[in-house]
Design a protein around this ligand. Structure first.
Ligand code: ADP
Ligand code: MG
Ligand code: MG
Length: 905
């Protein structure tokens, strides 16, 4: 016979799989000798059996009887006993706490007889009848699935009929009337009377907890959080204690440190003469924990000692529920407390300081996501604010600016020196220009995966989406707020909080984050930027943890940066090089004409003269970047996109020429040639067409031009006394032969430059691995390569056959709902598929060249989960956007101290 039932005396905190979080921690407290009302836990195994068979196993019933009788013997009273009832609570508790699970039912065991027993024993009839009506209400709603409004409406009607405002003013007679009415509701809605048999109440509540595992809300949450669907929940049955027995009783919630600021020292709320759920419901104003000291010193002292015991035992901040019943303290729950980002860092550092945890353990207590939150500018908490409305927090930060409703306005006002907030019903790719210049973006429609949200996050721009109360009239330039008379116009100032989703009227003061100041300018500057002691402590805490992460990390962190300013920022943020320097922008703007000439050239001379014009410009670009990264490696990727991206749009050009023809205007020879070329170059699937190394092989001089510019720039820097460390990366390689040809060209050019300039140039040449074929044949590629960099963005596109721009908007939402994936494979590496290609590629490459340097330069390089995976696979570095560098440093350190196994991914 399986064991389905465990007394609190039989479990411990490590049994969460079987007893759930709540049950395991209740058992742990009992083990520590802390006063906990007796009880037992029905295991998750019983839940799984129930869900499989559709009913409780017989042996569960038997084991519950035994556990209940033991408990009754302990307490000297029986469940629902008429003259002296034992009452219990039935509480769900899975391994991970999740929304949608059944709410706790209190006071099980009350019925028409035992209510009198409770009244006599407590000397408080009002209390007894109030408990009874609460039982029927909670039981009706949560166990019997009756619409809760039916009860609350009946309750309010009764109060209104009696002309009463406060629940507590209802007398015994009124409560008795309500109990009768509630019972009638149950009978009417379910066709059966409210169960008066205590054991029947208990069994029904237990089964309802089991069933709640499969509510839609719980299932959606599990899918999103990647919690397996087959864990099941445990159920805790616990003797009731009453905090609502008078002024000598009460209930509270407390933390061993402040969970919102991380301030050391206890923190909590207390409510006199109340039951547990009253604190959370906010029915009455709570007192601070210190008030308990004056009310009941003995209970307060015992609580303080218990908190100390728990924190020492768990070696972390604990979250505690307690009740005082007639001067006797009872603990009802504890767990390692949830906390804000700043609290996480401060508490971890405090515990290191107190020598309660090691530095490695401290690293496990914080996360890259938390660090991200500390980096955004913030609104001044103290400032007065008028909230206009609230939307979804899509991309964190704090932004203040004038309202603009279009790209043109955004650009115009920005050029005039204003900060702007781009306000749109929703954004589309045409809004990019406006989004780039705006301080923040606000939309009325769309969710966290909308265009606005995705683009804003990519740019690190503050963004609030789906503020549905906004009525935006872009044409007339007005923004109204539904349900109010307020009308705002273009030019009016608003502020948006991308961390909370709030939209404020007017100018709210913004402060740069002192943590960002610390990261870019060092500890002294960070401390100077911190306005108060708490923030100084936060800065020191981040410093402690980040420097420890750097010491432990095996992966180094590089940045993706194309321009000297970005390179400088990356360097300030702690990047140890550039892992991806794109070169496309070196052909844009005024230079577009030159590349057009390259494409249209009919003879070698024409083409060479266009190359000659481009050469000094490119060389200048490289000098700037090598200077910013002096002494650190810079991986330059040769030109990657298809050529037609540099040519006019086919439709625009056709229309232009057609209009000219129709109006009799002369169409030049040049224009006709251009149109022919644009037509010729048109591709059905440009992503899979003539680009990357293929383009380099077709127009040999193009890569040649870039390689020469890199080599000459390096020579200039050497002559100037610098230490340039360029690396040349060839994109979209699929075969060793492709790489071999480019490599031969490159080696020849580099040697020529070295000779003519009289300097020694060592420039490694490597390949970007972004095609499945490249990963699978990485051993033969390795013969031709000095290094590899996995381009996981394109590798994800080519492995799944997804064109990112097309698929994200069209069917990803359905894929999330259907559980095809919990998170976008573009956000976090698909470890089983794309990750496996990385792993195979590494193995193949190192089988030929054991020490070949390998990194990742996709956006995944800044994603925590992916970083842990890359650590496990044994890569040498990750490269991410400059802004993510601190996060990646922290996660690289965390990955090194964790004991993750390959199965964890
Ligand atoms: P949640 O997980 O939502 O906090 P809980 O099971 O902890 O649900 O219970 C809700 C409230 O009821 C809490 O305030 C808790 O302290 C209180 N409570 C639960 N069981 C008992 C009990 N046996 N005696 C007194 N109060 C209880
Ligand atoms: Mg609780
Ligand atoms: Mg690519």
């Amino acid at each position: 016979m399986s064991t389905f039932v465990y007394a609190f005396t039989e479990g411990n905190k490590d049994m969460k799989d079987l007893l759930g979080g709540k049950g395991a921690n209740l058992a742990e407290m009992v083990k520590l000798g802390i006063p906990v009302p007796p009880g037992f836990t029905i295991s998750t195994e019983a839940c799984r059996a129930y869900l499989e068979e559709g009913h409780s196993p017989d042996s569960l019933q038997v084991q519950v009887t035994t556990a209940l009788r033991n408990m009754e013997a302990d307490m000297g009273k029986k469940l629902g006993q008429a003259d002296n009832p034992l009452l219990v609570s039935v509480r769900s508790g899975a391994k991970f706490s999740m929304p949608g699970m059944m709410e706790t039912v209190l006071n099980i065991g009350l019925n028409d007889e035992s209510v009198h027993g409770l009244a006599t024993r407590s000397g408080n009839s009002r209390f007894a009848w109030d408990s009874y009506r609460r039982l029927i209400q909670m039981f009706g709603k949560t166990v019997l699935d009756i619409d809760g409004d039916l009860f609350s409406e009946a309750f309010d009607n009764a109060k209104e009929g009696l002309g009463i405002e406060q629940d507590t003013d209802l007398d015994v007679e009124a409560l008795q009337g309500i109990v009768e009415e509630f019972k009638a509701i149950v009978e009417r809605e379910t066709g059966a009377p409210f169960p008066l048999d205590p054991r029947e109440q208990l069994d029904a509540a237990v089964e309802a907890v089991f069933r709640s595992w499969n509510t839609e809300r719980a299932a959606i949450y599990r899918r999103r959080e990647r919690i397996p669907h087959d864990l099941g929940t445990a159920v805790n049955i616990q003797a009731m204690v009453f905090g609502n027995q008078g002024s000598n009783s009460g209930t509270g919630v407390c933390f061993t440190r402040d969970p919102s600021s991380g301030q050391g020292g206890v923190y909590g709320d207390y409510l006199v003469n109340a039951q547990g759920e009253d604190v959370v419901a906010g029915i009455r104003n709570t007192l601070s924990l210190e008030a308990l000291e004056n009310i009941d010193k003995a209970s307060y002292d015992e609580l303080m000692a218990t908190m100390h015991t728990l924190e020492t035992h768990y070696r972390d901040m604990c979250d505690i529920e307690f009740t005082v019943e007639n001067g006797k303290l009872w603990l009802l729950q504890t767990r390692v407390g949830k906390r804000t980002a700043s609290a996480a860092f401060r508490i971890a550092a405090q515990l290191v300081e107190e020598k309660l945890i090691t530095r490695d353990e401290a690293l496990a207590r914080v996360s890259g996501e938390q660090l991200t939150q500390l980096l955004f500018p913030q609104f001044d908490d103290e400032a007065e604010k008028t909230v206009l409305t609230k939307g979804m927090a899509a991309s964190p930060g704090a932004a203040v600016g004038e309202i603009v409703f279009s790209n043109a306005q955004a650009v115009e006002r920005t050029n005039a020196g204003a900060d702007v907030i781009l306000v749109r019903r929703e954004t589309n790719p045409d809004d990019l220009e406006g989004m780039v210049v705006a301080a923040g973006i606000l939309t009325a429609r769309g969710g966290k995966t909308s265009h606005a949200a995705e683009v804003a996050r990519g740019m690190g721009r503050c963004c609030v989406v789906g503020a549905e109360a906004l009525i935006i009239d872009e044409k007339n330039g007005t923004m109204k707020i539904r349900g109010t008379d307020r009308v705002l116009h273009a030019g009016d100032v608003i502020a948006i909080d991308g961390t909370s989703g709030e939209v404020f009227l007017g100018d709210v003061p913004v402060m740069p984050s002192p943590v960002t100041v610390y990261i870019s300018e060092g500890l002294d500057a960070g401390l100077a930027a911190a306005q108060d002691q708490a923030t100084k402590e936060l800065v020191t805490s981040v410093h402690l943890l980040l420097t420890h992460a750097d010491r432990r990390a095996k992966l180094t962190v590089r940045a993706n940066a194309d321009a000297p300013e970005d390179a400088a920022r990356a360097r300030a943020y702690g990047a140890t090089g550039i892992g991806l320097c794109r070169t496309e922008h070196m052909f844009l703007g005024d230079r577009r004409q030159l590349i057009e000439k390259v494409i249209l050239a009919e003879t070698d001379e024409q083409r060479d003269s266009a190359f000659d014009a481009l050469f000094p410009l490119q060389k200048g670009d490289f000098i700037g970047i090598f200077e910013a990264m002096d002494g650190l490696p810079t991986t330059v990727r040769l030109i990657d996109p298809p050529l037609h991206e540099f040519l006019p749009d086919i439709t625009d050009l056709s229309v232009k020429i057609a209009v000219k023809e129709a109006t009799g205007e002369e169409v030049t020879e040049e224009e006709r040639k251009l149109l022919d070329t644009v037509r010729e170059q048109h591709e059905q699937n440009p992503m899979l067409g003539l680009r990357g190394v293929r383009l380099g092989l077709k127009i040999r001089g193009l890569f040649g031009l870039q390689i020469r510019a890199i080599a000459e720039a390096a020579a200039d820097r050497l002559e100037a006394g610098g230490h340039p460390l360029p690396e040349i990366m060839v994109p979209l390689v699929g075969s060793a032969r492709e790489l071999q040809i480019i490599r031969e060209d490159a080696e020849r050019i580099i040697a020529e430059v070295g000779e003519s300039r009289g300097v020694k140039l060592t420039i490694p040449i490597g390949a970007m691995i972004e095609l499945p074929r490249a990963a699978i044949t990485a051993d033969s590629l390795a013969e031709e390569a000095d290094f590899f960099s996995f381009g996981t963005n394109d590798l994800t596109q080519t492995a799944w056959g997804f064109s990112r721009d097309d698929v994200e908007a069209t069917f990803f939402n359905e894929y999330f709902d259907l559980g095809v994936f919990g998170v976008s494979p573009f956000e976090s590496i698909d470890t089983r598929g794309v990750g496996n290609l990385v792993s195979v590629g590494m193995k193949n490459a190192r089988s030929v060249k054991p020490s070949i340097h390998c990194g990742v330069c996709g956006e995944h390089g800044g994603d925590p989960l992916s970083i842990h995976f890359f650590h496990k696979v044994g890569l040498d570095y990750v490269s991410c956007s400059p802004f993510r560098v601190p996060v990646a440093r922290l996660e690289a350190g965390r990955a090194a101290v964790s004991n993750e196994s390959p199965d964890d991914f």
